[in-house]
Design a protein around this ligand. Structure first.
Ligand SMILES: *Cc1c(COP(=O)(O)O)cnc(C)c1O
Length: 447
């Protein structure tokens, strides 16, 4: 075991070291060679050393360099060294982190990380939290708590009796709500299409004046951090408009982190007036996949929708039982990497990382605008939308840039205009990486 883990540590270290030098997208020949890993299942046991050697030989070169410093696709983030290392140790512990009595170390680490996060993000100290797989499930969990509470107030127990015959819930979303919010509503029986869609402004912000008068029960979904523009809904104004009886949820998969950066915090002013919040740790906090978080102001609303009991489960505990708040019973200790990321950065380091990425996004926008390319969004956070001309030309530049390999950006269509998306959210991205990437974009666009 020792030798095997040392071998893998050595290989992983080398992989990560080489990441800054290699092309960001994998070589097509390396991707084609993945056939080597996709043959028949061996009839006999294989030697773990040989198997790891094969994984590294064929698997590593065919990966996308998402953990590297110049991957700007989607909104991803890398993995902080301490977070990756802690995740490895947690994997060795193999703790099924559902119940404090059984797995005290990992349950306490999650409880501590949760407390620190509520404080850092300026959310109510008494809120409950759930470490889940990502913002998709964090939205689902938050909206399950919402469904419980708004129906309970209407005299209906949705966990016991389901939705058949329940009082109808008015669900309000912005026209730019992330598709995972819509999916979560579908999973909860609230319907993907059975929603009131409120129009948005040019940045994708929900237009508060266009929210209709609501009758309870009602759930309103706001967003901080539009996946294209980075724009944040005006949460305090939304709360003022919808009143205290509606459940207000905020999808802040990456935008919630603006709160920790002094020069960006104003973008998310008033988020603390919401009832629930979803965010990702695997995006801007830079922990390894997968890790997201749901926070719910009223712990009982969350536990009412998630907790179970059974004679064989020792659920009595002075400390929090993680699985009282999650869809899963058995679960890996996701919070350990969050604990390590937060401790390794400290308060100052978390702020500095978010500030730096925002400053780098602005540098991209200024440099590309100076080269005559059009920036389609207000670069207030970490997202930049660039047009290189018409749709065909923008698409050609994106493809050429991906093939050139210095960096990786994807495409999108923003309010009818084709654009390249630049998402800056990795701890590993230095100012030099930004300059190298700008040079590559200019070179490719000129060619
Ligand atoms: C990324 C994202 C999600 C989904 O998060 P996953 O971690 O992929 O599940 C939801 N909402 C917004 C705004 C996002 O950016």
């Amino acid at each position: 075991m020792q030798a095997l883990l040392q071998d893998v540590a050595m290989r992983a270290g080398r992989y990560l070291q080489e990441l800054a030098q290699r092309k960001v997208a994998p070589d097509p020949a390396a991707v084609a060679a993945l056939d080597a890993l996709d043959g028949e299942l061996s009839d006999v046991p294989l030697d773990p050393h040989a198997l790891i050697e094969r994984l590294d030989r064929y698997g590593s070169p065919a990966t996308m360099a998402e953990a590297g410093p110049r991957f700007f696709g989607f909104v991803m983030g890398g993995a902080l060294p301490a977070a990756l290392a802690a995740d490895w140790l947690a994997a060795a512990w193999d703790q099924n982190t559902g119940l404090y009595n059984i797995t005290p170390t990992t349950a306490r680490l999650e409880q501590a990380a949760l407390r620190w996060l509520l404080d850092l993000l300026g959310l109510p100290a008494g809120a409950a939290g759930a470490f889940v797989t990502g913002a998709t499930v964090a939205n689902f969990v938050s909206l399950a708590a919402a469904r419980h509470r708004v129906l309970e107030r209407a005299g209906w127990n949705v966990e016991a009796d389901g939705l058949f015959g329940a009082p109808p819930i008015t669900v309000v979303v912005g026209a730019e709500a992330h598709p995972t919010v819509i999916k979560a509503l579908g999973l909860l029986g609230l319907g993907r299409n059975r929603v009131v869609r409120v129009p948005v402004d040019a940045q994708g912000r929900l237009r508060v004046d266009a929210i209709p008068a609501l009758t309870t029960p009602a759930i309103v979904c706001a967003q901080v951090g539009n996946v294209n523009t980075g724009a944040c809904d005006a949460v305090a104004q939304i709360r003022a408009r919808v009143g205290g009886d509606a459940w207000l949820h905020v999808d802040g998969a990456f935008g919630l982190w603006a709160r920790v950066a002094p020069t960006r915090a104003a973008l998310v002013a008033g988020i603390e007036t919401a009832d629930s919040w979803a965010t990702d740790a695997h995006k801007w906090l830079n922990v390894p996949y997968d890790c997201g978080l749901a926070f719910v102001r009223d712990p009982l609303a969350l536990s009412a929708s998630m907790a179970i009991t059974a004679e064989y489960l020792p659920t009595d505990s002075v400390y929090r039982n993680p699985s009282d708040f999650t869809p899963e019973l058995s679960r890996r200790a996701r919070g350990v990497a969050v604990w390590a990321a937060l401790q390794s950065l400290g308060r100052s380091g978390v702020s500095e990382m978010i500030e730096r990425n925002c400053r780098q996004a602005r540098r991209f926008a200024e440099a590309l605008a100076a080269s005559g390319f059009e920036i389609l969004n207000d670069v207030a956070l970490n997202q930049v939308l660039v047009s290189f001309g018409d749709a065909a030309r923008t698409r050609r530049v994106i493809e050429a840039l991906q093939a050139e390999g210095t960096c990786w950006c994807g495409g999108t269509v923003w309010q009818g205009r084709s654009a390249m998306r630049i998402s800056v959210c990795s701890w590993a991205t230095s100012d030099d990486d930004v300059e190298r990437s700008i040079d590559a974009m200019r070179r490719v666009a000129a060619g």
